[in-house]
Design a protein around this ligand. Structure first.
Ligand SMILES: [Ca+2]
Length: 113
């Protein structure tokens, strides 16, 4: 009985580790490559916080992360939601990314023109 429980727990942990974590890392890589995010920029510094509510150690997605959640992990998916305003701060996701502000954080938005 104990052995079965150990096997089940190990399998579940393996799914969690192999399933979600690398997907998140892939998004981060694809995002930086697709938008040519430069080192030292706010978006680069934000790391996981571009899509998550905290920068490290959470699976909680912010509004931008939620828009990407169900989409395929590739650049086309990023393009699909460029015209949306994930955090409802009046700037579209692409406007935010071009202005180096966070598309999933309403407190971070491009300066008014
Ligand atoms: Ca926005």
């Amino acid at each position: 009985m104990r052995l079965i429980r150990t096997i089940v727990v190990t399998a579940v942990l393996a799914c969690i580790v192999c399933g979600s974590a690398p997907a998140t890392l892939s998004w981060s890589k694809i995002f930086c490559k697709f938008y040519k995010i430069k080192s030292g920029s706010k978006l680069k510094e934000a790391k996981c916080a571009v899509c998550h509510t905290k920068s490290i150690g959470t699976s909680d997605l912010n509004s931008y992360g939620k828009q990407l959640e169900k989409l395929k992990v590739d650049g086309d998916s990023l393009k699909t939601i460029e015209g949306k305003d994930a955090d409802k701060d009046g700037a579209t996701n692409i406007e935010e990314i071009k202005s180096d502000t966070l598309p999933g954080d309403p407190k971070s938005k491009p300066k008014q023109k």
